[in-house]
Write a protein that binds this ligand. Structure first.
Ligand code: ADP
Ligand code: MG
Length: 675
């Protein structure tokens, strides 16, 4: 048995159970052992019944008086009761509906009971405790994430089974000298310790080792990617035409925009392939930066491709580009799924011949039959939606073209370093002048009426607005809730106004239709679940109401709010919530006091931890199993030593470094294309 042995090889794992394990991302024995416990139960410290604290978990060691007696209280519910003693006091043990657990208890035998003690000082009780024999039971036990069909105990058993065969499954990929220097536990010992802890301190040490490993390998992998990409390219950008382009603009660039343009052009003219992330809050002017780069690249004789995640965004960028380049001889065309076949043929022919210099589109652009004459720059406006693969597919249509990825999700710097470590980063941290800041208020549901009146006033002045409707209650479907809500308001309060509805169950085509009607101004008020297209620019919409605001995270609220405040009119965002808890109050306070996306992202990270960023796979990077971005000290250490190794031995040729290759390959395998 080795780390690559299929999980089905273990006793007790058939096809069905394997499927369940697969859902937890466990396919091999290695995956199983790397499935670290979520938390621990301390069964090593036994308390007496008298000393047991109320309402927090503890472990009691007691002898069972008599075999539990079952009483059927109603259909499908049997309660088993017995009494146990530790020689000093008695405790009632109640077991709900678990015949197996109840019958395993024998009169006169001693067991460990783990759970919360209730009752009162005269008569204590434990309800549905976890039960284990005393022998081998006095230890810290792991608690695993479980899913339907497999519980924590079953996973513990499988892990034990794997360890019965051997204990040295893993090669340690951290170089020995580094391990010595940082006093890091050997890998197999660390992993074993997490599953079968000897003490809390040892668990902490094991975790430190594994977190370091994860961050270290991850950073090394990204550095290698970056290094590999810093290759020369045949795309030859010799001359910088930025000044010429800027002269044609109706505005001057912000400092941040100029910096981003300068950094990009500087890199391209040096004949290194540019791979850059352009990060900036909504409205910070990313498109203008993109246009400046396009201008220079086209003037140097190359083509550019600009890909957006949806049709409506592609159209928007197309229009913007037409406008930017209207006084130039740059040919711009648009390729999306909805273009007719004949027209598509024509567009593709012009692209192939080089007649078209800038093509804007959706992922229609990455189809096989789209060919370029000489592609020099690929821009993706991805808002976290294209994976690395799509980006790569478009690039491969040229000969090592430059790439620019635009993202409107503000990410704190430490996080950007992690997520986009393979890219250079330019940040637009400054808004163009003259923007009216969005005013934000938090109110309770009693004032909803007034909020709606305020919305009406804006609609009457010819503006448009959004209502983000409540998230669903349990049992309700997203669709039904949104539909009901929108019908209610369009028949009631907003009758006489054109109200549109956008929800998650709509087909992309339907969504785009509704969005197009909103963009054109036909729909005055758009009721929506959280699916409002990120990045859609409707400067005329100036008011937004968010229902159940407490249910959204800070970054999400910020993203939603970014749909307004995009034109010359003052915009207002109204958060409706009745929540009184501290966390909700704090979030509302942050939202009403700042519109700075980076500040909000930082707060969000502090309040929630990085789970959201790492939890989702959308960014196409490997998931962290154990590390958190709040482990900044370890993150910095990992970064420092990764750098040292990359400088000292970039190809991992030294004996002590040779396992790094495998570590990186494994972490990134399947989920990230190396090079
Ligand atoms: P983003 O894509 O970052 O959300 P956009 O590029 O769509 O932002 O820009 C938002 C608006 O601001 C556009 O109407 C654009 O023309 C305008 N804009 C961009 N840069 C400037 C600037 N430096 N000065 C004034 N207006 C600008
Ligand atoms: Mg934009």
């Amino acid at each position: 048995m080795d780390i690559n042995t299929n999980i089905q090889y273990l006793k007790g794992v058939g096809e069905k159970r394997a499927k369940i394990l697969n859902k937890l991302d466990i396919f091999t024995v290695g995956d199983l052992l790397r499935f670290y416990p979520r938390s621990y139960m301390d069964w090593s410290k036994v308390t007496t019944i008298t000393a047991a604290p109320f309402d927090s978990n503890c472990c009691i060691r007691a002898v069972v008086n008599h075999k539990p007696k079952g009483a059927k209280v109603r259909k499908g519910m049997t309660i088993y009761k017995t009494v146990a003693t530790d020689g000093e006091a008695l405790i009632d043990i109640t077991i709900f509906n678990n015949k197996y657990a109840a019958e395993s208890l024998e009169a006169g035998e001693e067991y460990l009971f783990y759970g919360k003690v209730g009752g009162n000082f005269r008569r204590r009780e434990m309800t549905s405790p976890l039960i284990a024999p005393v022998e081998n039971g006095l230890r810290i036990r792991p608690v695993y994430h479980q899913s339907a069909g497999i519980n924590s105990k079953a996973i513990e058993k499988l892990v034990s089974q794997a360890y019965e065969v051997r204990k040295d499954y893993f090669v340690d990929c951290i170089p020995q000298p580094l391990r010595d220097k940082l006093c890091l536990m050997e890998v197999n010992r660390a992993i074993y310790e997490l599953h079968f802890p000897t003490s809390e301190d040892m668990v902490a040490e094991a975790r430190r080792r594994l977190i370091f490993e994860e961050l270290f390998i991850f950073q090394l992998g990204l550095m290698k990617l970056k290094g590999n990409r810093k290759k020369s390219t045949p795309v030859c950008i010799e001359k910088d035409f930025t000044d010429e382009f800027l002269a044609s603009l109706p505005f001057t660039l912000t400092g941040a925009q100029s910096r981003a343009v300068g950094e990009s052009i500087g890199q391209m003219t040096k004949q290194f392939t540019m791979n850059r992330l352009l990060q900036g809050d909504v409205g910070s002017g990313k498109t203008a930066v993109a246009a400046a780069l396009i201008y220079t690249v086209v003037k140097n004789g190359y083509q550019c491709a600009f890909m957006a995640p949806t049709e409506i965004l592609a159209q928007q960028h197309y229009k913007t580009c037409l406008n930017f380049f209207k006084n130039t001889d740059i040919n711009v065309s648009l390729l999306t799924g909805s273009v007719t076949a004949a027209k598509k043929r024509e567009i593709k022919a012009n692209l192939k011949s080089g007649e078209t210099q800038l093509i804007v589109g959706t992922h229609a652009l990455i189809q096989d039959d789209v060919e370029f004459d000489n592609l020099g720059l690929v821009i993706t406006d991805e808002q976290h939606r294209f994976g690395v693969k799509h980006r790569g597919a478009l690039s491969s249509k040229g000969n090592r073209p430059h790439t620019l990825v635009m993202s409107a999700t503000p990410i704190p710097r430490t996080l950007a370093l992690m997520l986009y470590g393979d890219l250079d980063v330019s940040i637009l941290d400054e808004l163009p002048p003259g923007r009216q800041p969005i005013e934000t208020y938090a109110i309770d549901t009693q004032k909803r009426h007034r909020a709606f009146n305020y919305v009406k006033k804006h609609l009457d002045e010819g503006r448009q607005g959004y209502i983000v409707c409540p998230l669903v209650e349990e049992g309700e479907t997203d669709l039904a809730a949104a539909q009901e809500y929108s019908e209610n308001i369009s028949r009631g309060f907003f009758s006489g106004y054109t109200v549109g509805l956008l929800h998650g169950k709509m087909k992309p085509k339907e969504k785009e239709e509704v969005m197009a009607r909103f963009v054109s101004g036909e729909i005055k008020l758009l009721v929506s679940t959280t699916v409002i297209e990120v990045g859609v620019d409707v400067p005329n919409s100036v008011i937004m109401v968010i229902e159940n605001a407490e249910r959204f995270g800070l970054s999400q609220l910020h993203q939603l709010r970014g749909r307004i405040g995009r034109g010359q009119h003052k915009s207002t965002c109204i958060l409706i919530t009745d929540a009184q808890n501290d966390a909700a109050k704090k979030r509302m306070k942050i939202m009403t006091s700042t519109t700075d996306g980076f500040k909000i992202a930082d707060e969000d990270l502090k309040m929630r931890g990085p789970g959201d960023f790492f939890g989702s796979r959308q960014h196409g990077l490997p998931e962290m199993k154990i590390a958190m971005l709040t482990d900044t000290a370890l993150l910095n250490e990992a970064n420092r030593f990764a750098r040292e190794i990359i400088i000292d031995d970039p190809d991992f040729i030294k004996e002590e470094n040779k396992n790094l290759r495998e570590g990186i390959a494994h972490l990134f395998s399947g989920k990230y294309v190396m090079n």
